[in-house]
Design a protein. Sequence first.
Lengths: 486, 486
Amino acid sequence: MAGELTQETLDPEDWPALRKLAHQAVDEALDYLQQVRQRPVWQPTPAAVAAQFQAPLPRSPQGAERAYHDFHEWVMPFQMGNTHPRFWGWFMGNGTAFGALGDFLAATVNPNMGGGNHVGNLVESQVVDWCKEIVGLPQGSGGLLVSGGSMANFVALAVARSAGAAVDVRAEGVAALPKPLCFYVSTEVHSCIQKAVELLGHGAKSLRKIPVDDRYRFNLAALAQAVSADRAAGLQPCAVIGTAGTINTGSVDDLEGLAAFCRQERLWFHVDGAIGAVVALAPHHRQLVRGMEQADSVALDLHKWLHVPFEAGCVLVRDRKAHRATFSLTPEYLAHAQRGLASGADWFSDYGLQLSRGFRALKVWLSFKEHGLDKYGRLIEQNIAQAQRLGELVCAAGELELMAPVGLNIVCFRYRGQGGTPQELNALNEELLIRLHEGGVVAPSYTTLNGCYCLRAAIVNHRTQTADLALLVEEVLRIGRVLQRG
Amino acid sequence: MAGELTQETLDPEDWPALRKLAHQAVDEALDYLQQVRQRPVWQPTPAAVAAQFQAPLPRSPQGAERAYHDFHEWVMPFQMGNTHPRFWGWFMGNGTAFGALGDFLAATVNPNMGGGNHVGNLVESQVVDWCKEIVGLPQGSGGLLVSGGSMANFVALAVARSAGAAVDVRAEGVAALPKPLCFYVSTEVHSCIQKAVELLGHGAKSLRKIPVDDRYRFNLAALAQAVSADRAAGLQPCAVIGTAGTINTGSVDDLEGLAAFCRQERLWFHVDGAIGAVVALAPHHRQLVRGMEQADSVALDLHKWLHVPFEAGCVLVRDRKAHRATFSLTPEYLAHAQRGLASGADWFSDYGLQLSRGFRALKVWLSFKEHGLDKYGRLIEQNIAQAQRLGELVCAAGELELMAPVGLNIVCFRYRGQGGTPQELNALNEELLIRLHEGGVVAPSYTTLNGCYCLRAAIVNHRTQTADLALLVEEVLRIGRVLQRG
């Protein structure tokens, strides 16, 4: 037999040195979060810093200290800004310090949540059960933590198409369906639903985009007509996707109405609640999402309004067997080992696309325990009240124009000033948004409603204070005036 | 206008207390990793601990200290065990302390890597470029960090089917294809390929499982016959999926042969390198994966043999435009903003399923810089040498039986002792594995080869030392003898 083998490891040669570095990193990270208000919301990455990221694959070690130093100098300062109290772009959470610590602990113990018998499964099961409690689905439902809303919607629609199909779609494929499936969404649907339908092989043309009412909600009469027309044309209506909190304006579909319609028509009812499912926690607004508890499946995000650090989404499916039957490659009758590490009847990898899975459940579990869900409910109310306040400030400022009813926590508006052609106002507000970002004081984002470019503030922020809203209005007025003077 | 709004936040009321807790957590996490060898590889979760995870949704706050305490008492001790030097189950990395710190830092700055103009994009671009360098794909290729091999393969196959289709599959769906597509794999293919093909809507029947040779590699002659037969039957061969490192035995297909065949037949050549793509870093074995650099797409995992904490996978696609065209819902001509936070021509969300994306790039970037890739290459060699040594120990022990040639770092063997019927030996080795796990000294996993239940040690472990292999053999012999005496 050959001689001694080499004995290298990725463990530190000098544990005390790494420990010192870790403590330094913790102190600087907490400083970063504690002082977030003192920094610009956003600033561009300087060219000299950007150039550092052109270096080829490092063959030789640079060491942990140097790597951390480079992070601290090049990466930490030039962030997106969504940790900041005056960031209201797209629809993102801030994260929290303790949530970040959760990711550190998860990566330290580093289990594979795809399967096996270990305590992580109990943590994830509990978190998923908690999510069922939040949205009102039965505890026996299927569920899985996923990367976010896109994957949650994808999983749910995969189950919907398998459960409703006249053939074994997993074995035979979509082309074997006697009638092509149709999926019904409103025109305000999130683009990830289209992506899911395309990837599942149904083609975007199978997606029926139904008009909305003047509050940007699903038009139920138009939905009924579309379903009926498709049936008459020999197609098979499969699922209706309602939205709890649209990305453009925060509107919530009439979920009770959609649920009743789906029951009557025997259609799968899916709720994309990536934005608004958690409104069920808000004492004064939970009636908005009534009907969600009747859904066949719900997608929600925990890294949005619950501020768990990225990534954390969840999909829930009322019919647990249908959920498993869509993804499992382990036959029901084939138990895993009876005892030991490889035991456990139900592995999470049987409920989704991933086999290897990280321990994202931990940061959710820690965060929910830290704050309790009543507090998240109050913070959602706080953001909704802030959005109403911002709407009032916009209406009170003669030069600004509210572009849609304030939906949940989303305010769409623009600078109008002395007015102008539609093209002029679009160009002005587009430039205005860029200057807001470059100024580093406030960071809303944008959308287009009925051809009008709008500034859009989605207040998903546990750090925003009332005074920050006034600052947003001030900055928009200041820059708007400058731009209109030309 | 209404009165003052509430002003709650998820930030700690007492920053110094949270800071103290974070330092405690870092110390205990580093202790955990530094002392990993002193603990059992695996132990069951006691029933009293498991019962704790039945508690309903916490409505009231428990505080960070209590939440961390519960983690420390209930979660930390009952782990899967893949951080341990004597864990050789499935195919998992150990993780590293600095990698875990990377996840903490990523969650602290918490950017959304789906889009926008911020430095995280440069970090991920650089990491993806480094992955191209590792596998030998051109720097102009498309690429994306993903959750792991399952998603990497899914993305690659989605591009393959779109790129090769006679119709616009995204718009029209799979059913509109004039000829059904076929995908070619060996019988040793990983199950996630089947999952991907099913989810994409092609049906498992579109997957042709080609026999392997006696070293568990793709039989090229059988492949050529299958492609030719499908063409004759009016089907459209789409892609061949070669495997660099099969899950059962670690064998590597003849990638050069497959590449030449695909070029000649004008088929998409995908390499599932979740396990073995990184063998390209190993100075004495890189010739095994020669041909990978000719692939149209490659899936690799960084949380396996590179020991980045879960989740970290990567997909690379030679034809960047085809990659983007499969996923982007932003038309090419529609630029994002010209300057500011919303600028940037290329957003990562245009290259995959997810819109919101976490900063998993950071832990990879920090880890690669910490150690340099030459060291990872040496560690891969070390594991391969350890597998060879284990194979020798198995062969030298008369009571054990090597069940397949040692492929890369995977050793499949069983206890034979005095022999027995196939059923008896299967039952014996199944029970033997459970007792190994319950003993907590060593943790291999299992597979079935030609109907024989095997113990399977996949040595993906930067902490394993030579003496650990002898301990595995000793334990198997000890328990095997006990079981055979009955």
